[in-house]
Design a protein around this ligand. Structure first.
Ligand SMILES: [Zn+2]
Length: 249
């Protein structure tokens, strides 16, 4: 298989846009990069929107459609849902969850995998569970790819610009920075597709639904959590501006 492939593994529909929207838009613009998203739940424990967009029992189906539309806006080619219960991911044995992720690694053979950092950014239990399973799946995989596992993180130095308290990481943990500004319009459109989540969107990115993009992140930051590229080959340049540095595609 030639070309670049990135697999994003998250817990809920909307995690992809909140954490990595600009990065997805950036790489989907390259003709030789395929982007896949594996989402563990349909997000049915979330809110139905303000005003409500559907009845609570319809939320799983509605959020699946919202996710597909947001994925289309950002340029994700393939979306797969694992259909676990929203809010209950930490009850699923890591081995089982990790097995599903490895099945996907076998099928799609991505060089890059991206998931939450161990604290889950917001601290949500599902975010922490999917991180654990994804790290396990990647680190225990028997094939040569994936080559790198990254976590989207928020460096401490931007804490003052964040609308709500979340987990941050030391600035020294930043390995790759992607310029998000060229993709603000696309990210805002994807956020708008997650209609049932308009209250969360307003809380994290105040004003964005009214066309004010000042609260959107100017950069996406990534920490290299795992790699099988030998230390001697690995670029020492930090922060880098490409997730694929040192990988032959
Ligand atoms: Zn989430």
């Amino acid at each position: 298989m030639s070309g670049k492939r990135i697999l994003f593994v998250f817990a809920h529909p909307d995690d992809e846009t909140f954490t990595s929207g600009a990065t997805i838009a950036h790489y989907s613009r390259l003709s030789d990069c395929d982007i896949h998203l594996l989402c563990a739940t349909r997000g049915e424990a979330g809110k139905t929107g303000h005003p409500p967009q559907c009845r609570p029992e319809e939320l799983a189906e509605v959020r699946e459609k919202e996710l597909q539309r947001a994925a289309d806006v950002l340029g994700i080619e393939h979306v797969e849902l694992l259909d676990y219960h929203d809010g209950k991911l930490s009850n699923v044995p890591t081995q089982e969850l990790s097995g599903h992720i490895q099945d996907y690694l076998k099928k799609f053979d991505p060089q890059i995998v991206i998931t939450f950092p161990p604290h889950g950014i917001s601290g949500h239990k599902d975010h922490r569970a999917i991180q654990k399973a994804t790290f396990h799946a990647v680190a225990q995989f028997s094939k040569e790819s994936p080559r790198k596992l990254y976590y989207p993180i928020l460096p401490e130095s931007i804490k003052g610009t964040l609308a709500r308290a979340v987990h941050t990481d030391p600035d020294e943990a930043v390995d790759v920075v992607i310029d998000a500004v060229p993709y603000h319009e696309q990210v805002a459109r994807a956020l708008r597709e997650h209609k049932t989540q308009n209250m969360s969107v307003n809380m994290v990115f105040p004003g964005v639904l009214d066309g004010d993009y000042t609260s959107l992140r100017k950069k996406n930051f990534f920490h290299l959590a795992w790699t099988n590229i030998p230390e001697s080959v690995l670029s020492k340049h930090k922060p880098d501006t490409d997730l694929f540095t040192d990988i032959d595609t």
